[in-house]
Ligand binder design. Sequence first.
Ligand code: BTX
Length: 328
Amino acid sequence: MSTKEKVLQFLEQHKGESISGQDLADKLEVSRTSVWKAINGLKKEGYQIEATTNKGYQLSVENDLLSEAAIVPLLSEALKDHRIIAHKTIDSTNLEAKRIVNEEATFEGVILSEEQTKGRGRLGRVFYSPSESGLYMSLVLKPVADLDNATLITTAAAVAVCQAIETLTGKEPQIKWVNDIFLDGRKVCGILTEGIMDMESRTIGTIILGIGLNFRAPETDFPDVIQSIAGTLFDSKNAVVTRNQMAAEILNRFYVLYPDLASRSYLDEYRKRCFVLGEQVTFPQGSETIEAKAIAIDDDGGLVVALPNGETKTLTYGEISIKIKKRE
Ligand code: BTX
């Protein structure tokens, strides 16, 4: 760990408290000059560090830049060996995760970014990822128990995100099958699960699980196309937790569910949170739009719908829309 990382980790763990340059140097067993250089470097990166003549340095409690130093101390034992890599900006954390796995096939860890310039949704769609207002992260996973069912992984991640939001904020998010999380009728989070094929075994060797959460209102509004769809967890000023805390909570929650994915034990919670059940929905089939009633989530995370002719059909992937009921 570099001196800069050590200094940041110490300040993150003692947020809001002041420490003199000399005490910091003694604690970290480095020179005062290197502490000074590290502090300057961190300030340049945007960390809100205040320096008071008699008291020393203090990281503001409001500081919320995503960092390994802030996340690692909050992680559970299961994640202690995972690498946490935080970027200021990147094209897409899912793309970066793929590049890392291409270089290092055994990599397991998490890539986060303050901003994505090419944030990706499903089916080539864009996920709008402005700077410092969202949490964009990709988990690099190895398949468990020969399970590479992307829908099961996506649904487990949706439950983990809901649990994390509810634990840290008391808000009660709901799920729109299959990968969207809603709060007060607006989409606050999307999940994109992608597999990387292992060429030798011809099986999925690595899974990239991308999670994009609109944490606080962005400085400039959402683009017109998503104005009426997108929501945020907090407005621009009222966040009661930091994104680092939210990232750690999501990871801790997900890594409880993931090793036990085969038991499908989390699916009951998914069903309870899934607000499409019992509703009339529409989905595309070829060039047609089919209307049906969503009746169940099956044991593979698929959506079972009842068609007007009485038959049932299971959707495993794709997009559904909820039919808006006409007013009487
Ligand atoms: P999706 O295809 O289900 O949703 C994309 C659609 O959601 C867009 O077509 C648009 O209508 C709407 N949308 C776009 N941006 C936002 C936003 N910020 N908030 C709410 N709605 C939006 C969902 O795909 C999967 C998204 C995964 C994003 C993560 S971020 C980390 C990782 N890296 C990456 O490139 N993608 C994933």
